[in-house]
Design a protein around this ligand. Structure first.
Ligand code: TLP
Length: 348
Protein backbone atom coordinates (compact mmCIF):
# COMPACT_ATOMS: atom_id res chain seq x y z
CA UNK A 1 0.00 0.00 0.00
CA UNK A 2 1.41 3.43 -0.87
CA UNK A 3 -0.51 5.19 1.92
CA UNK A 4 -0.94 4.43 5.60
CA UNK A 5 -4.45 3.17 6.12
CA UNK A 6 -5.64 3.37 9.72
CA UNK A 7 -9.36 3.44 8.89
CA UNK A 8 -9.89 -0.20 9.79
CA UNK A 9 -8.23 -3.60 9.89
CA UNK A 10 -10.74 -4.61 7.20
CA UNK A 11 -8.50 -2.81 4.67
CA UNK A 12 -5.73 -5.39 5.06
CA UNK A 13 -4.59 -7.05 1.84
CA UNK A 14 -3.67 -10.74 1.73
CA UNK A 15 0.01 -11.58 2.22
CA UNK A 16 2.09 -13.09 -0.62
CA UNK A 17 1.87 -16.47 1.19
CA UNK A 18 -1.92 -16.23 1.16
CA UNK A 19 -1.98 -15.39 -2.54
CA UNK A 20 0.19 -18.43 -3.27
CA UNK A 21 -2.01 -20.71 -1.16
CA UNK A 22 -5.09 -19.38 -2.95
CA UNK A 23 -3.60 -20.06 -6.36
CA UNK A 24 -2.71 -23.62 -5.41
CA UNK A 25 -5.79 -24.51 -3.33
CA UNK A 26 -7.40 -27.88 -3.81
CA UNK A 27 -11.13 -27.26 -4.32
CA UNK A 28 -14.49 -29.02 -4.63
CA UNK A 29 -18.17 -28.12 -4.41
CA UNK A 30 -18.66 -26.85 -0.87
CA UNK A 31 -22.47 -26.98 -1.05
CA UNK A 32 -21.94 -30.74 -1.39
CA UNK A 33 -19.45 -30.50 1.51
CA UNK A 34 -16.73 -31.60 -0.91
CA UNK A 35 -14.23 -28.77 -0.76
CA UNK A 36 -11.24 -30.18 1.13
CA UNK A 37 -9.72 -26.76 1.81
CA UNK A 38 -12.97 -25.36 3.23
CA UNK A 39 -13.36 -28.50 5.34
CA UNK A 40 -9.85 -28.11 6.65
CA UNK A 41 -10.35 -24.44 7.53
CA UNK A 42 -13.62 -25.23 9.30
CA UNK A 43 -11.99 -28.00 11.34
CA UNK A 44 -9.06 -25.73 12.27
CA UNK A 45 -11.42 -22.93 13.26
CA UNK A 46 -13.59 -25.23 15.38
CA UNK A 47 -10.51 -26.52 17.16
CA UNK A 48 -9.25 -23.01 17.85
CA UNK A 49 -12.63 -22.08 19.32
CA UNK A 50 -13.00 -25.33 21.29
CA UNK A 51 -16.27 -26.13 19.45
CA UNK A 52 -17.41 -29.23 17.57
CA UNK A 53 -17.84 -27.71 14.13
CA UNK A 54 -17.32 -24.64 11.97
CA UNK A 55 -18.97 -23.04 8.95
CA UNK A 56 -17.18 -20.75 6.51
CA UNK A 57 -19.27 -17.66 5.76
CA UNK A 58 -18.77 -14.68 3.49
CA UNK A 59 -18.45 -12.01 6.20
CA UNK A 60 -18.83 -11.18 9.87
CA UNK A 61 -22.25 -9.74 9.11
CA UNK A 62 -23.33 -12.99 7.48
CA UNK A 63 -21.92 -15.02 10.40
CA UNK A 64 -23.89 -13.03 12.96
CA UNK A 65 -27.04 -13.11 10.82
CA UNK A 66 -26.80 -16.88 10.32
CA UNK A 67 -26.11 -17.37 14.03
CA UNK A 68 -29.08 -15.30 15.18
CA UNK A 69 -31.41 -16.95 12.65
CA UNK A 70 -30.17 -20.39 13.68
CA UNK A 71 -30.88 -19.73 17.37
CA UNK A 72 -34.14 -17.78 16.90
CA UNK A 73 -37.35 -18.14 14.92
CA UNK A 74 -39.62 -15.35 13.67
CA UNK A 75 -40.98 -13.28 16.54
CA UNK A 76 -38.27 -14.47 18.92
CA UNK A 77 -36.08 -11.94 20.65
CA UNK A 78 -32.33 -11.39 20.83
CA UNK A 79 -30.91 -9.39 23.74
CA UNK A 80 -27.81 -7.43 22.74
CA UNK A 81 -25.88 -4.25 23.54
CA UNK A 82 -27.11 -0.91 22.26
CA UNK A 83 -23.62 -0.37 20.81
CA UNK A 84 -23.28 -3.87 19.35
CA UNK A 85 -22.17 -4.14 15.75
CA UNK A 86 -25.11 -6.45 15.10
CA UNK A 87 -27.52 -3.82 16.42
CA UNK A 88 -25.94 -0.77 14.80
CA UNK A 89 -24.13 -1.76 11.63
CA UNK A 90 -25.63 -4.88 10.09
CA UNK A 91 -28.45 -3.14 8.25
CA UNK A 92 -31.07 -4.52 10.62
CA UNK A 93 -30.60 -7.92 8.98
CA UNK A 94 -31.87 -10.03 11.88
CA UNK A 95 -35.18 -8.15 11.81
CA UNK A 96 -35.38 -7.64 8.05
CA UNK A 97 -34.51 -11.17 7.00
CA UNK A 98 -35.28 -13.25 10.09
CA UNK A 99 -38.19 -11.49 11.78
CA UNK A 100 -36.10 -11.55 14.96
CA UNK A 101 -36.86 -8.77 17.42
CA UNK A 102 -33.75 -6.99 18.75
CA UNK A 103 -33.92 -5.99 22.41
CA UNK A 104 -31.02 -3.62 23.13
CA UNK A 105 -29.74 -3.07 26.66
CA UNK A 106 -27.07 -0.46 27.51
CA UNK A 107 -23.48 -1.36 26.79
CA UNK A 108 -21.28 -0.25 29.66
CA UNK A 109 -18.09 1.62 28.74
CA UNK A 110 -16.13 -1.62 29.22
CA UNK A 111 -18.21 -3.36 26.55
CA UNK A 112 -20.19 -5.47 29.01
CA UNK A 113 -23.92 -5.74 29.57
CA UNK A 114 -24.97 -5.57 33.22
CA UNK A 115 -26.36 -8.86 34.47
CA UNK A 116 -29.35 -7.09 36.05
CA UNK A 117 -30.19 -5.40 32.72
CA UNK A 118 -30.05 -8.73 30.88
CA UNK A 119 -32.11 -10.45 33.59
CA UNK A 120 -34.73 -7.72 33.38
CA UNK A 121 -34.79 -7.90 29.58
CA UNK A 122 -35.62 -11.61 29.54
CA UNK A 123 -39.36 -11.91 28.97
CA UNK A 124 -41.79 -13.87 31.08
CA UNK A 125 -43.92 -16.45 29.26
CA UNK A 126 -46.88 -14.32 28.21
CA UNK A 127 -48.85 -14.18 24.99
CA UNK A 128 -48.12 -10.44 24.73
CA UNK A 129 -44.36 -10.80 24.60
CA UNK A 130 -41.84 -12.01 22.07
CA UNK A 131 -39.92 -15.06 23.30
CA UNK A 132 -36.40 -14.32 24.56
CA UNK A 133 -34.06 -16.85 22.94
CA UNK A 134 -30.58 -15.43 22.70
CA UNK A 135 -28.04 -13.11 24.32
CA UNK A 136 -25.25 -11.68 22.13
CA UNK A 137 -21.92 -10.31 23.33
CA UNK A 138 -19.14 -8.72 21.25
CA UNK A 139 -15.45 -9.40 21.93
CA UNK A 140 -13.45 -7.24 21.36
CA UNK A 141 -16.09 -4.54 21.51
CA UNK A 142 -15.68 -2.20 18.58
CA UNK A 143 -17.80 0.79 19.61
CA UNK A 144 -16.58 0.50 23.21
CA UNK A 145 -13.00 1.24 22.21
CA UNK A 146 -11.88 -2.23 21.13
CA UNK A 147 -11.98 -3.42 24.73
CA UNK A 148 -11.70 -7.16 25.51
CA UNK A 149 -14.31 -8.99 27.61
CA UNK A 150 -12.79 -11.40 30.12
CA UNK A 151 -13.43 -15.13 30.35
CA UNK A 152 -14.92 -14.69 33.82
CA UNK A 153 -17.47 -12.15 32.61
CA UNK A 154 -18.42 -14.29 29.62
CA UNK A 155 -18.80 -17.37 31.85
CA UNK A 156 -21.19 -15.42 34.10
CA UNK A 157 -23.28 -14.35 31.10
CA UNK A 158 -23.33 -17.90 29.78
CA UNK A 159 -24.59 -19.17 33.15
CA UNK A 160 -27.25 -16.46 33.31
CA UNK A 161 -28.46 -17.25 29.78
CA UNK A 162 -28.51 -21.01 30.39
CA UNK A 163 -30.41 -20.73 33.66
CA UNK A 164 -33.18 -18.94 31.77
CA UNK A 165 -33.14 -21.30 28.78
CA UNK A 166 -31.44 -18.83 26.41
CA UNK A 167 -28.42 -19.38 24.18
CA UNK A 168 -25.29 -17.19 24.10
CA UNK A 169 -23.68 -16.03 20.85
CA UNK A 170 -20.41 -14.10 20.68
CA UNK A 171 -19.61 -11.75 17.83
CA UNK A 172 -15.92 -12.52 18.05
CA UNK A 173 -14.95 -10.62 14.91
CA UNK A 174 -11.70 -9.79 16.75
CA UNK A 175 -11.65 -12.59 19.33
CA UNK A 176 -7.94 -13.25 18.69
CA UNK A 177 -7.17 -9.63 19.56
CA UNK A 178 -9.04 -10.15 22.83
CA UNK A 179 -7.11 -13.37 23.45
CA UNK A 180 -3.80 -11.61 22.78
CA UNK A 181 -4.68 -8.69 25.07
CA UNK A 182 -5.78 -10.96 27.92
CA UNK A 183 -3.12 -13.59 27.24
CA UNK A 184 -5.58 -16.49 27.25
CA UNK A 185 -6.48 -18.92 24.46
CA UNK A 186 -9.43 -17.74 22.35
CA UNK A 187 -11.24 -21.01 23.17
CA UNK A 188 -11.23 -20.05 26.85
CA UNK A 189 -12.93 -16.73 26.06
CA UNK A 190 -15.79 -18.45 24.24
CA UNK A 191 -16.17 -21.57 26.40
CA UNK A 192 -19.53 -20.43 27.77
CA UNK A 193 -20.91 -19.54 24.34
CA UNK A 194 -23.15 -21.75 22.21
CA UNK A 195 -21.78 -20.08 19.11
CA UNK A 196 -19.04 -17.69 18.08
CA UNK A 197 -18.20 -16.02 14.79
CA UNK A 198 -14.69 -14.71 14.16
CA UNK A 199 -13.33 -12.85 11.15
CA UNK A 200 -10.42 -13.90 8.96
CA UNK A 201 -10.64 -10.72 6.92
CA UNK A 202 -9.74 -8.17 9.60
CA UNK A 203 -6.45 -8.21 11.53
CA UNK A 204 -5.74 -11.71 10.20
CA UNK A 205 -5.40 -10.22 6.66
CA UNK A 206 -7.37 -12.81 4.67
CA UNK A 207 -9.24 -11.18 1.78
CA UNK A 208 -12.69 -12.64 2.55
CA UNK A 209 -14.51 -14.61 5.18
CA UNK A 210 -15.42 -15.47 8.73
CA UNK A 211 -16.05 -18.77 10.49
CA UNK A 212 -19.09 -19.49 12.64
CA UNK A 213 -18.45 -22.21 15.22
CA UNK A 214 -20.67 -24.23 17.55
CA UNK A 215 -22.04 -27.72 18.15
CA UNK A 216 -22.58 -30.19 15.28
CA UNK A 217 -26.35 -29.74 15.43
CA UNK A 218 -26.09 -25.93 15.57
CA UNK A 219 -23.78 -25.89 12.54
CA UNK A 220 -26.13 -28.23 10.62
CA UNK A 221 -28.92 -25.69 11.14
CA UNK A 222 -26.55 -22.80 10.34
CA UNK A 223 -25.60 -24.49 7.06
CA UNK A 224 -29.28 -24.49 6.09
CA UNK A 225 -29.75 -20.82 7.02
CA UNK A 226 -26.56 -19.86 5.16
CA UNK A 227 -28.02 -21.56 2.06
CA UNK A 228 -31.28 -19.63 2.48
CA UNK A 229 -29.27 -16.41 2.70
CA UNK A 230 -27.56 -17.25 -0.59
CA UNK A 231 -24.27 -17.93 1.13
CA UNK A 232 -23.71 -21.50 -0.11
CA UNK A 233 -20.47 -21.07 -2.03
CA UNK A 234 -18.99 -23.56 -4.47
CA UNK A 235 -15.19 -23.74 -4.96
CA UNK A 236 -14.72 -21.59 -1.86
CA UNK A 237 -11.45 -23.37 -1.09
CA UNK A 238 -9.75 -20.57 -3.05
CA UNK A 239 -10.84 -18.23 -0.24
CA UNK A 240 -10.51 -20.70 2.61
CA UNK A 241 -6.87 -21.31 1.65
CA UNK A 242 -6.05 -17.72 2.64
CA UNK A 243 -7.98 -18.26 5.88
CA UNK A 244 -5.81 -21.26 6.74
CA UNK A 245 -2.66 -19.21 6.24
CA UNK A 246 -4.28 -16.46 8.33
CA UNK A 247 -4.81 -18.84 11.25
CA UNK A 248 -1.35 -20.31 10.89
CA UNK A 249 0.65 -17.10 10.51
CA UNK A 250 -1.33 -14.10 11.72
CA UNK A 251 -2.70 -14.95 15.15
CA UNK A 252 0.55 -15.03 17.10
CA UNK A 253 1.76 -11.68 15.77
CA UNK A 254 -1.28 -9.65 16.95
CA UNK A 255 0.62 -8.29 20.01
CA UNK A 256 2.71 -6.29 17.49
CA UNK A 257 -0.43 -4.43 16.41
CA UNK A 258 -1.30 -3.77 20.04
CA UNK A 259 2.20 -2.42 20.68
CA UNK A 260 1.90 -0.16 17.63
CA UNK A 261 -1.50 1.02 18.87
CA UNK A 262 0.17 1.99 22.16
CA UNK A 263 2.96 3.75 20.25
CA UNK A 264 0.40 5.74 18.24
CA UNK A 265 -1.61 6.59 21.35
CA UNK A 266 1.48 7.74 23.23
CA UNK A 267 2.45 10.04 20.38
CA UNK A 268 -1.09 11.38 19.89
CA UNK A 269 -1.34 12.07 23.62
CA UNK A 270 1.57 14.48 23.28
CA UNK A 271 0.03 16.50 20.45
CA UNK A 272 -1.79 19.69 21.47
CA UNK A 273 -5.33 19.53 20.20
CA UNK A 274 -5.83 15.79 20.67
CA UNK A 275 -7.48 14.11 23.64
CA UNK A 276 -7.24 10.34 23.90
CA UNK A 277 -10.15 8.29 25.24
CA UNK A 278 -9.51 7.11 28.79
CA UNK A 279 -7.62 3.82 28.73
CA UNK A 280 -7.22 3.76 24.92
CA UNK A 281 -5.92 1.56 23.40
CA UNK A 282 -7.09 -1.75 24.82
CA UNK A 283 -6.19 -3.76 21.71
CA UNK A 284 -5.55 -2.61 18.11
CA UNK A 285 -7.89 0.42 18.08
CA UNK A 286 -7.10 3.96 19.22
CA UNK A 287 -10.00 6.32 19.87
CA UNK A 288 -9.45 10.07 20.32
CA UNK A 289 -11.06 13.47 19.89
CA UNK A 290 -10.21 17.03 18.98
CA UNK A 291 -9.64 19.12 22.11
CA UNK A 292 -12.16 21.92 22.78
CA UNK A 293 -9.40 24.44 21.94
CA UNK A 294 -9.40 23.23 18.33
CA UNK A 295 -11.96 25.56 16.75
CA UNK A 296 -11.10 25.80 13.06
CA UNK A 297 -11.37 22.17 12.02
CA UNK A 298 -13.77 19.30 12.54
CA UNK A 299 -12.72 15.65 12.49
CA UNK A 300 -13.78 15.17 8.88
CA UNK A 301 -11.58 18.08 7.72
CA UNK A 302 -8.65 16.81 9.77
CA UNK A 303 -9.11 13.40 8.11
CA UNK A 304 -9.15 15.04 4.66
CA UNK A 305 -5.91 16.91 5.38
CA UNK A 306 -4.27 13.79 6.73
CA UNK A 307 -5.31 11.91 3.60
CA UNK A 308 -3.46 14.49 1.50
CA UNK A 309 -0.35 13.53 3.48
CA UNK A 310 -0.93 9.85 2.80
CA UNK A 311 -2.53 8.92 6.12
CA UNK A 312 -6.10 7.68 6.23
CA UNK A 313 -8.05 7.72 9.50
CA UNK A 314 -11.75 7.44 10.14
CA UNK A 315 -13.75 10.34 11.56
CA UNK A 316 -16.38 8.54 13.65
CA UNK A 317 -18.11 11.68 14.93
CA UNK A 318 -17.93 15.44 14.38
CA UNK A 319 -14.81 15.64 16.60
CA UNK A 320 -13.96 11.99 17.04
CA UNK A 321 -11.60 9.50 15.36
CA UNK A 322 -10.78 5.83 15.30
CA UNK A 323 -7.39 4.54 14.16
CA UNK A 324 -6.93 0.79 13.76
CA UNK A 325 -3.52 -0.89 13.69
CA UNK A 326 -2.82 -3.95 11.60
CA UNK A 327 -0.18 -5.97 9.77
CA UNK A 328 0.40 -3.37 7.05
CA UNK A 329 1.18 -0.54 9.49
CA UNK A 330 4.58 -0.91 11.16
CA UNK A 331 6.24 1.23 13.84
CA UNK A 332 7.83 3.45 11.20
CA UNK A 333 4.43 4.10 9.61
CA UNK A 334 3.08 4.97 13.06
CA UNK A 335 5.83 7.59 13.42
CA UNK A 336 5.06 8.97 9.94
CA UNK A 337 1.38 9.16 10.87
CA UNK A 338 2.21 11.06 14.04
CA UNK A 339 4.24 13.56 12.03
CA UNK A 340 1.25 14.11 9.72
CA UNK A 341 -1.03 14.64 12.73
CA UNK A 342 1.42 17.18 14.19
CA UNK A 343 1.48 19.15 10.95
CA UNK A 344 -2.30 19.12 10.44
CA UNK A 345 -3.04 20.02 14.05
CA UNK A 346 -0.48 22.83 14.00
CA UNK A 347 -2.73 24.63 11.50
CA UNK A 348 -5.94 23.91 13.40
N1 TLP B 1 -16.62 -3.77 11.44
C1 TLP B 1 -16.17 -2.78 10.49
C2 TLP B 1 -17.29 -1.79 10.16
O1 TLP B 1 -18.43 -2.44 9.79
C3 TLP B 1 -17.63 -0.85 11.29
C4 TLP B 1 -14.97 -2.04 11.07
O2 TLP B 1 -14.32 -1.32 10.30
O3 TLP B 1 -14.69 -2.18 12.27
N2 TLP B 1 -18.59 -7.50 14.12
C5 TLP B 1 -17.74 -6.52 14.46
C6 TLP B 1 -17.40 -6.33 15.89
C7 TLP B 1 -17.18 -5.70 13.47
O4 TLP B 1 -16.37 -4.72 13.84
C8 TLP B 1 -17.52 -5.92 12.11
C9 TLP B 1 -16.97 -5.05 11.02
C10 TLP B 1 -18.40 -6.97 11.81
C11 TLP B 1 -18.93 -7.73 12.85
C12 TLP B 1 -18.85 -7.26 10.41
O5 TLP B 1 -17.87 -7.84 9.65
P1 TLP B 1 -17.94 -7.78 8.04
O6 TLP B 1 -17.45 -6.42 7.66
O7 TLP B 1 -17.03 -8.89 7.62
O8 TLP B 1 -19.34 -8.02 7.64
Amino acid sequence: MDFIDLRSDTVTHPTPEMRRAMAEAEVGDDVFGEDPTVNRLQAMAAERMGKEAGLFVASGTMGNLVAVLSHCGRGDEVILGDRAHTFLYEAGGVAALGGVHPHPVPNQTDGTLRAEDVREAIRAEDVHFPRSRLVCLENTHNRCGGVALTAGYTDDMGRLARERGLALHIDGARIFNAAAALDVPAARLVRAADSVCFCLSKALCAPVGSVLCGSQSFIAQARRIRKQAGGGMRQAGILAAAGIVALETMVDRLPEDHANARRLAQGLGQIDGIVLDAGSPFTNMVFFELAPAVKKLEARQVAERLAKQGVRVQAVGPRRFRAVLHYWVDAQSVDRSLEAFRQVLASA
